[in-house]
Design a protein around this ligand. Structure first.
Ligand SMILES: [Zn+2]
Ligand SMILES: [Zn+2]
Length: 378
């Protein structure tokens, strides 16, 4: 998702920077009602974009922690995985979560989407998957077996026995919904007798017992791109549950969990690891074989390398699963102070110490560790 030219969240919702949560919620409700794609059939792409934008703004500004991050750092502060919002496909679910407590609201949309006896989109499915660090790094093609509801072919998903047809639901008079008056509001509920379809089956399909769907195990092939991280969500279009009454299927979301590596620490696409070197190696310089992501790498420790020095191998980090460039690989040098000296070693160090003078005064304040980064060439 492009973060380049995003509008200010307060501007999106038309509220002041000091607006209270209730005010933000009210502003969002208004925007959502106005821009919900179901209510703008003649201008769907624009409505969907506006709806998405206001939902994103709402999800940030209604969360105290995220709002604070946004107030302090703007959009850039939210681009990390934990604070950012990934609306990839679940926008209507997020929307549902937000408005679950607005009476009548949810049903209003679901019924408008269902319509009278119209087909409905199937439910999205979530599948959690754990990958090793190596699998996540290299990408992997795998297969998963999912128990799921499949469209019943015997009745074309209608649930009615072949040739028996359907009748209008008597509970709701075929409207698919029931309306109640409560104060100022008319609360519309999905009819429980016909689940909003407005139709009742005369005789059930024997194959699916009137469900229109049958539970089967399906094998789905997954291609996981290299560089994915914990929390990455992959969408497999059309592999969710089938829609009732022959409606289109939902999507499958594969949510990834990536195990940690024993010594590579991951920050985005960059990798960090610590390499211990001995005092003589640091003082005299040396060349080391160090583990990289794809086999060993050469790491040249220059003469007089200090503890804490950081070397960078450009482009040797993880891939960007969205197809961008590669991250870098950082080696952090730690000079080990010898312990448990033999008598002879102690004597040598004492001799060395006598000829090495250091002023034990406070050193100048150190700026960021990245000032010490040295790129490794060749
Ligand atoms: Zn009904
Ligand atoms: Zn059937």
């Amino acid at each position: 998702m492009a973060k380049g030219n995003q509008r200010d969240y307060y501007e999106v919702l038309g509220v002041s920077r000091t607006a209270a949560v209730d005010e933000i919620k009210a502003a969002y409700r208004k925007a959502a009602l106005k821009w919900h794609p179901d209510r703008n059939p003649e201008n769907k792409p624009e409505a969907e974009a506006k709806f998405r934008e206001s939902t994103e703004a709402y999800s940030i500004l209604s969360d105290q922690q995220k709002r604070q991050v946004y107030d302090t750092y703007g959009h850039a502060g939210l681009s990390g995985t934990s604070a950012g919002v990934d609306f990839n496909g679940t926008i209507f679910q997020d929307f549902h979560d937000i408005f679950g407590d607005f009476f009548g609201f949810e049903d209003m949309f679901s019924s408008s989407r269902r319509g009278r006896g119209r087909s409905q989109r199937g439910a999205d499915l979530r599948y959690d998957m754990t990958l090793t660090f190596e699998e996540a790094s290299a990408g992997v093609a795998t297969k998963v077996k999912l128990p799921r509801q499949e469209y019943c072919e015997a009745c074309n998903g209608t649930g009615a026995k072949k040739g028996t047809g359907v009748a209008a639901c008597q509970t709701c008079g075929g409207r698919g919904q029931l309306a109640y008056q409560q104060g100022f509001f008319t609360i519309t509920r999905t009819c429980p007798a016909c689940q909003g379809t407005g139709q009742i089956i005369r005789e059930r399909c024997p194959e699916c017992r009137g469900q229109g769907r049958i539970e089967r195990e399906k094998t789905i092939e997954l291609r996981i791109p290299p560089g994915v991280d914990s929390g990455t969500r992959l969408r497999v279009a059309g592999e969710g549950e089938p829609g009732p009454n022959g409606g289109p299927p939902g999507d499958l979301y594969v949510v990834l969990e990536v195990k940690e590596h024993p010594f590579f620490e991951r920050r985005g696409a960059d990798l960090y690891c610590t390499i211990p070197v001995s005092m003589p190696q640091a003082a005299l310089g040396t060349e080391l074989q160090v583990p990289g992501l794809n086999g060993d790498e050469k790491l040249k420790i220059a003469e007089g390398t200090q503890s804490g020095a950081v070397f960078r191998l450009k482009g040797k980090g993880l891939a960007d699963p969205r197809g961008g460039g590669k991250g870098d690989l950082y080696y952090h040098v730690r000079v080990l102070t010898p312990t448990k000296l033999t008598r002879e070693q102690r004597k040598l160090i004492e001799e060395l110490g006598a000829s090495l003078k250091v002023e034990n005064r406070p050193a100048e304040r150190n700026s960021s560790i990245f000032d010490k980064v040295k790129d490794i060439f060749g």
